[in-house]
Design a protein around this ligand. Sequence first.
Ligand code: NAP
Length: 313
Amino acid sequence: MSDPSFERIAIIGAGLIGSSIARAAKAYGAAGSISLYDVSDDVRARAAGLGLGEVAGTLADAVKDADCVILCVPVGALEAVSKAAVPHMKAGAVLTDVGSVKKQAADALASADDGRVHIIPGHPIAGTEQSGPEAGFPTLFRDAWYILTPQDGKGEDYAEAVQRLTEFWAALGSKVETMDPGRHDRVLAITSHLPHLIAFNIVATAFDMETVEQGEVVKFSAGGFRDFTRIAASDPVMWRDVFLNNKEAVLECLGRFSEDLAALQRAIRWGDGDYLMQEFTRARTIRKAVIDAGQDSGAVNFGRNQNGTKGAP
Ligand code: NAP
């Protein structure tokens, strides 16, 4: 095992992502030691019980000796947590986050900048629909993308800090790429944020129909709907903050989506099978491109067995 990228890291927010970073940093030797803090007494107690690291009683205690502070809290909490953490951080330490939206996150972290720390926002493109310290696991970031959105116009010390953070995520198994925060938000709006919005909406519609259809929607929920329910089970606080903080890009995607949906609606109404064939055939090629890029398994039914659970059929 090579030397750790940071002697000591502090993880703020010990949920799915924070606890996964703690487990992975320990498993792959990416940090010499780990301190953790969470606003919730209950989560702090559970994190201590799971042996995720040294659980501190205050945010100041958690960050004071850290070479890198990683904020794993909902996007809406980033500004307040950054402002509370930075005055207690060592000079030259790195302040980063894992927020799913990057323009707002970058502004939130920068609002706490006192010129002594290196602010380097980031986002691991890895997760599940679960929350809390028990939900994390050390291999979450393996072979997943991690997007860094460093600040422009900084000096050599900053470049060296970016390099160390890159090495840290590479040690957790991620493929690291650098991007402009605005571009990150536009790309994620279509690949992640809009699909979640559609899932929340279709499940809400089915929930209303469930009372009309008296239990038959859940009983016969096969492939399509079942997959939407998994996505829609994601943490409501996290997703509320994603939509409130990536408003522009999500609304732009939603506008285009609504136009395309209206075209399909019209084709169904007028019996335009050629249009439906053309659109469905085009969609199929995207699925193939996703599998070819190694972003999903090509196994039948996502590799599920007949009971719908993952694993060998
Ligand atoms: P999570 O499991 O709900 O964990 C978040 C934790 O942060 C909770 O324990 C929460 O405590 C705590 N917290 C909230 N406000 C805090 C504060 N002011 N100070 C300290 N702790 C605070 O959520 P998660 O899925 O790990 O998400 C965390 C971040 O990762 C979000 O910014 C999200 O956008 C990003 N992210 C998530 C995924 C995903 O798939 N889940 C993927 C990539 C990135 P309470 O529960 O008591 O509020």
